[in-house]
Ligand binder design. Structure first.
Ligand code: 6CS
Length: 340
């Protein structure tokens, strides 16, 4: 019921937002993150590029997190055509598109961010069978981006799986995430992004996982004593649109969308790393948080426990999911070999 009210309010906000633009197309692009975030940088660049490439015909208004709803609600707004573009992170979208949870599997992606960038921008697996899984749920996949390594924050050091015993770690809401952290012995607790800070403050959770820029801008570091870098997974987000809306666009506008996606993908790859570095310096300046980088041996202990979760993924995502996992493993290996 409260979800219905939330969605109705979001729709009302959209209806009442006056559009004072001379453009032929006025699109709304909703973010799962606040102003100044990686998603904000991406959307701002994408909007600039679209304006440039269409001689001002397309005007994109950006709606930061909080203005239209939770990640799941943003996806619903795209599915029903109320907004044209939104970010949809696999960590949340997995509840709707089970196959997308492949992008939450630990130790699947390369240790080399350049490899991951290339795979996320161009993989035939991701823009083939995975995009088909999106289409089955009335979503068109436009782009996939890496927002930086996921980092565990906690009030105790976590350097081996047994350190997770009894730790209530907040995860996004995709069901596979529970399996991933249960495999380490933790007590995973799914919740919306907006509830994480108060959850840490009130002690309903005692750890969480996110990239550095988010830990800074959401102030999570204020409530935590340790930041642990396992490099088990980059935070990946997808950009989605409504398939019928996209199909109805003239070819020149579609072409501009695809060209802007490619350029914005390249742009964000650089900007994301700068932003994460800068935000790490801010956290170090503002707090006494202890930073731990896991070494190869420590990472191997987590990897060993993470591997069987791939079978759980196949159970959840079915034969198409199995095909996506196999294809993605191959795409990553081939890109690594090419870049060596
Ligand atoms: O943890 C989350 O829920 C969120 N984290 C980031 C960095 N972006 C969006 C997502 O919803």
């Amino acid at each position: 019921m409260s979800r219905m009210i939330g969605l109705t309010m979001a729709l009302a906000a959209l209806l009442f937002s006056a559009v004072a633009s001379a453009a032929q197309y006025n699109w709304k692009f909703a973010l799962e993150e606040i102003d100044g975030s990686v998603q904000d940088h991406y959307a701002t660049k994408f909007a600039e590029l679209m304006k440039e490439k269409t001689d001002g015909k397309v005007d994109i208004q950006i709606y930061p997190y909080g203005s239209l709803g939770t990640s799941t609600q943003l996806t619903e707004l795209v599915q029903n055509g109320a907004i044209q573009l939104a970010f949809a992170s696999p960590g949340h979208l997995g509840s709707i598109v089970p196959e997308v949870q492949v992008m939450t599997l630990h130790f699947l992606f390369s240790d080399n961010p350049k490899v991951n960038k290339e795979v996320l921008s161009d993989s035939d697996t991701l823009y083939g069978p995975l995009a088909d899984a999106y289409l089955d749920k009335n979503l068109k996949l436009i782009s996939l981006i890496d927002e930086g390594w996921m980092v565990w924050t906690a009030n105790k050091p976590i350097t081996k799986p047994s350190d997770f015993q009894g730790v209530k770690i907040r995860t996004m809401v995709s069901p596979l995430l529970l399996k991933e952290y249960k495999a380490y012995g933790a007590n995973p607790t799914p919740m919306a992004y907006s509830e994480v800070y108060s959850g840490l403050q009130l002690g309903t959770i005692d750890a969480q996982v996110n990239p550095v820029f988010a830990i800074e801008e959401m102030s999570f570091y204020e409530q935590q004593k340790y930041m642990i870098f396992p490099r088990h997974l980059p935070f990946i987000a997808s950009v989605v649109t409504n398939p019928a809306f996209y199909k109805g666009l003239p070819d020149d506008i579609k072409k501009a969308v695809q060209a802007s996606k490619q350029e914005a993908d390249d742009y964000i790859f650089k900007v994301q790393r700068q932003l994460n570095d800068k935000r790490m310096d801010i956290i170090k300046k503002k707090s006494n948080i202890k930073v731990i980088h896991l070494d190869a041996q420590q990472r191997a202990a987590f990897r060993k426990l993470a591997m069987p979760v791939r079978d759980e993924y196949k159970d959840m995502a079915g034969p198409r999911g199995a095909k996506i996992l196999k294809g993605l493993e191959k795409d990553i290996q081939q890109t690594e070999a090419k870049m060596e």
